[in-house]
Design a protein around this ligand. Sequence first.
Ligand SMILES: Cc1cc2nc3c(=O)[nH]c(=O)nc-3n(C[C@H](O)[C@H](O)[C@H](O)COP(=O)(O)OP(=O)(O)OC[C@H]3O[C@@H](n4cnc5c(N)ncnc54)[C@H](O)[C@@H]3O)c2cc1C
Length: 464
Amino acid sequence: MISRRNALIAGGAGVVAVGAAGVYQAGHDKAEPPAPPSLDAQGHLLWRNWSGVQHAYPASRAAPASEAELAALMAKAQAPIRAVGAGHSFTGLVPTDGTLVSLDRLTGIAGWEGDEARVWTGTRLGALGPALAEHGRAMANLPDINKQSLGGAMGTGTHGAGKTLRAIHGDATALRLVTAAGKVIEADAQRNAEIFNAARVSMGSLGVISQARLRTTANRRLHRRVWAEDFEAACDQAEGRWAQHRNFEFYAIPFTGMAANISHDETDAPAIARGPDTDTGILEILRKIRNLLGFSTPLRKALGHALISTAKPEEAIDEGWKLLSTERPVRFNEMEYHLPVETQIPALKEVVAAIEAHRPDVFFPIEVRRIAADDAWLSPFQGAPRGSVAIHAYYKDDYAFLFTLIEPILRRHGGRPHWGKLHSLKAAELSALYPNWKDFLEVRRELDPEGRMLNPYMKALFGV
Ligand SMILES: Cc1cc2nc3c(=O)[nH]c(=O)nc-3n(C[C@H](O)[C@H](O)[C@H](O)COP(=O)(O)OP(=O)(O)OC[C@H]3O[C@@H](n4cnc5c(N)ncnc54)[C@H](O)[C@@H]3O)c2cc1C
C-alpha cells in the first residue's frame, strides 16, 4: 500500500512540483540524525528527554534498589531532587543540577490485593502488560506508546483514548510516597486522603512514589480497526463513536481534508495478526508531500486527499496490551490540551484551519481523544470528562507556533494542558483551572517545606 503511494507521489507530484518545489524542499529535507546525544560537545554526560528539547547536568544520579535505600537517599540528596522515568515528557519537569533519581531498579509487581496489583513505579508500561497477563489481568487502557514508567505516566496524567476509561492515575487506588525528608507515607482514599488526592498527579513535586496499587481488568482480546474518512464526516460521527466503542480516537490530517479513525472493541473472535507498522510510512509520505507541494495548498490538498482516501482499512485482533500502544520512531515535539467535551470539536476545527492558513510546514496528524473523569486534584480530567486535542511538530521543525498560534485557541476553549507536553501556563493561569490548586500547594508545602523537590521550572509552575 505504501509503495503504491510512494509511486503516486513520485509520479503525480513530481510533475507539478519541478522548480518551485525544489526551492521549498531544500529547507526541509535534511538527513535523519541519530537520537540526541548523551554526551555534549565537550564529552560531558548529560541527561536529555526523548525529543531532545530538555537537557540537564545533574550533580549526581541515583538508582536505589529498595524503598529503604530510596528513603535514605532522599534525606541527604542534593536538591533539587527530581525523579525520572523514561524521560518522555516535553516540559522542563525533570532537569536538575542536583540529584536525578531513577526508579529503574524498582520494577515489577510487588503483590496482589484481590484484582488490584501493587506495582513498583519504575516499571515500564510495556513490561507491565505481559506481567499482568501472566495473571490473566490487564491495565484498562494504555497511552499511544508503552515506553513510559508507571511513576512518570501517573505524574503527568498520562492517558489513552476511551470515553469510559480513566487516565492511568485514575486507576490507582493507593500509593506509597517517599518524601524529601525520607519518610514513607501510605495513602489511599481513607488513609492520608489529602495526600492521596494531591499525589496521584504531582509531577514528582511531593516526593517520589515508590509503589502504586492499580485496578486491573480481565485480559480480553480487542478488535482493532483503522479506517480513513473525510475530516468533516469524522468530526460529525465522533460523538457517536465515543459512545459506541470501548476505545475510539481519530487523527485529523491537515492539508488533506481527511481523518484516520481508530477503534478497539472487546471480542472473543480468534486473533488476526497486526500487519506491519504503516504509521511511519504514512508520516514519511505526508512529509514528502509537504516538501514537494508546500508552496501550494490546493495542490497539496488534492494529492493528500487522493492518497489518504484510497488507504485500505486495517484490522487486528489480539490481547489489549499488545494492540493499544504503538511505536513512535519519528521524533516530534507536542502540545496537548484537555478541553470540556462540548468545545473539543469546535476547537479542533479552529486548530486545523489555523494550521492550513498559517503553517504550511506542519504535516503531522492531530490526535483527538476522549478521557473519563477522575478526582485527583491536579488531574486535567478532575471533575468531568475531557476531550483532548494534540498537535505535533516534527522535531527538526520550528515548534514556536504551538505557543503563538495553537495555545491561544485551546485556552480560549477552556482547555487544561497536559503536564508532560509543551505549554506556557504558570501558577496564575493554572490556579484558575483547578479548584483544588490551593489545597495542592498546601499539601506540597507541608511535605516539602524547603522546596527540595522543585527545580526552577516547577517553582514557576507553582508560583513558589
Ligand atoms: C512518543 C510519545 C508518546 C506519548 N504518548 C502519550 C499518550 O498517548 N498519552 C499521554 O497522556 N501522554 C503521552 N506522552 C507523554 C508521556 O506519557 C508523559 O510525558 C509521561 O510523563 C512520560 O513518562 P516517563 O516515564 O517518561 O516520565 P518522565 O518524563 O521521566 O517524568 C514525568 C514526571 O513524572 C515524575 N516522576 C517520574 N517517576 C516518578 C515517581 N516514581 N514518583 C514521582 N514522580 C515521578 C517526574 O519527576 C516528572 O515530573 C507521550 C510522549 C511521547 C514522547
